[in-house]
Write a protein that binds this ligand. Structure first.
Ligand code: SF4
Ligand code: SF4
Length: 502
């Protein structure tokens, strides 16, 4: 049970924003709780004025023991992680167990790839020294197969977010914030995409912003739309599988390559329709006639000097921005710095476009070396559209990352280290929400998983804070025994599904 100090409450609404179960609202300039409060502790940890005090644990309902938060859940209400509900006085996992994974089985694995059941809806046995909630057995092609599932709270977890865009979103290393709270950072640019790393043990665990970090990881992993702001950079609306919206602008196409690569791919076509082409790109700007690909198709240098700092022949570096090709160029005429009339000819045509071919402009060279814009012709538009047609649709992709450390393995076996080794030897097949993982080499079980392949809405979070990952380990019964598995807790899949009414 919590109480609010009327004198200290400043009606800032931070408690309201952070409460996971909508149990506290600022009404008439004072925070007030309602019957849904489970005393999870978030509001009194985020309140900057110490206006909220926890006075007792158990008064509002039975304590949930599935994680160290120990929510006191009133009848009919749901705990802070939204996984457990008080049904007639009993704390009950409120999602039905999901049996079938949604991805296809690759033919190359030694073991059945798909878990016998997924861990989604399985619950957590806390503390983790207890056997996992379900240890399931089924015979597959005369082989006794075991799947062990648990929804494990992972303090060591986060998401990598891949944003297909040419636009400059901010400097590498810049903080990424949600509602003003630091949730991650920009890492690198990787071939047409900007990368964010959000979460991780330090942001999750230190200070009182870990709740919003956990919520952000789970929102993105579960396909919800999230607004993030980069320090001294862009505001982004991001949602798994959808185009990113950056500073209000929806990104449509992912570039086919850098400006130099675009010249390389399309030099033959471009050389038949224009005398010169500048392909603007935030990484490398390409100049057709000077580029080796231009030479390859019989061109000689035109005398055009493009915007940017020369890198190598036909390749220039520009500054990043929100202009053409993710450069700072807003007006395409600024892409042409000068024309050497000792080499150029009056009437020469220069195409300025970008790596996605979404914008294009045509210029003609005048006698004095100045240029003027003229209408694009059908044959030139055909070449530009060729570039455009080879681009892919921009989207946001989310990879959930985590490490199933010490106790998260104990529910599986009495010898956690043996489990780690067996997973690395592929004697145990690990999946998350039914999806295959990429296992990072080295010690521990550190994994990455494409959330698009997971059972929808698979992850949750607890206000320790940590995200909760549905983890499945599938192996032969013989392997499970060798690992020191909880053999006495094995039950047949048929029996479990019958018991759950599935
Ligand atoms: S203790 Fe938890 S459930 Fe109760 S009002 Fe605060 S944040 Fe909400
Ligand atoms: S947050 Fe923890 S204590 Fe609260 S309902 Fe979820 S598992 Fe139970």
């Amino acid at each position: 049970m919590i109480i609010i100090d009327k004198e200290k409450c400043k009606a800032c609404k931070l408690c309201e924003k952070n409460c996971p179960v909508d149990a506290i609202h600022v009404i008439d300039k004072l925070a007030k709780t309602n019957e849904a409060c489970v005393s999870c502790g978030i509001c009194f940890r985020v309140c900057p004025f110490d206006a909220i005090v926890k006075v007792s644990d158990a008064a509002d309902g039975p304590l949930c023991t599935h994680c160290p938060v120990r929510c006191a859940i009133p009848e009919g209400m749901t705990g802070a992680c939204k996984r457990y509900t008080n049904v007639d006085g009993i704390i009950t996992r409120n999602r039905k167990l999901v049996v079938d994974a949604i991805t296809n089985e690759p033919g190359t694995r030694k073991l059945p790839y798909k878990p016998l059941i997924t861990a989604v809806g399985s619950g957590t046995n806390y503390p983790c020294c207890r056997p996992a909630p379900f240890i399931v057995q089924e015979k597959i092609e005369n082989l006794d197969v075991i799947t062990v599932v648990t929804e494990a709270p992972l303090s060591y977890s986060g998401v990598k977010v891949k944003i297909d865009t040419n636009l400059h979103i901010g400097e590498e290393g810049a903080k990424v914030k949600r509602d003003g709270k630091h949730v991650g950072m920009i890492t690198t640019e990787e071939y047409g995409s900007k990368m964010l790393t959000l979460g991780g043990a330090n942001l999750l665990s230190h200070g009182n912003d870990g709740f919003i970090v956990a919520r952000t990881i789970v929102d993105l992993a579960n396909g919800r739309r999230v607004v993030l702001k980069v320090d001294k950079g862009s505001t982004m609306e991001l949602q798994q599988g959808y185009p990113p919206i950056i500073d209000g602008q929806e990104e449509k196409l992912m570039r086919v390559g850098c400006g130099s690569a675009t010249i390389g791919m399309f030099a033959a076509k471009l050389s038949t329709v224009v005398d010169e082409a500048i392909i603007l790109d935030y990484h490398i700007i390409g100049l057709l006639s000077e580029h080796l690909a231009g030479k390859e198709v019989g061109m000689t240098y035109s005398g055009v000097v493009p915007y940017g700092t020369k890198s190598t022949v036909g390749r220039y570096f520009g500054a990043q921005g929100h202009g053409w090709g993710g450069t700072e160029i807003i007006n395409p005429i600024d892409a042409i710095v000068s024309v050497d009339m000792n080499l150029a000819k009056e009437g020469m045509r220069i195409l300025v476009t970008e790596t996605t071919g979404q914008k294009a402009a045509l210029f003609t060279v005048k006698k004095d070396g100045k240029v003027e814009e003229i209408d694009l012709t059908d044959d030139i538009m055909e070449a530009v559209n060729l570039i455009k047609s080879t681009c892919e649709i921009s989207k946001v992709s989310v990879v959930y990352t985590g490490g199933t450390g010490g106790s998260a393995r104990a529910g599986v076996t009495n010898f956690p280290r043996k489990l780690t080794d067996a997973v690395h030897r592929e004697e145990v097949n690990m999946t998350i929400g039914g999806a295959p993982v990429f296992l990072l080499p080295g010690g521990g079980i550190n994994f990455m998983v494409d959330v698009a392949k997971m059972v929808p809405d698979s992850t949750t979070w607890v206000p320790t804070p940590a995200t909760v990952a549905p983890i499945e380990y599938t192996m032969t019964k013989k392997t499970y025994e060798e690992l020191g598995g909880h053999m006495a807790s094995i039950r047949s899949k048929e029996e479990i599904l019958k018991e759950l009414g599935l």
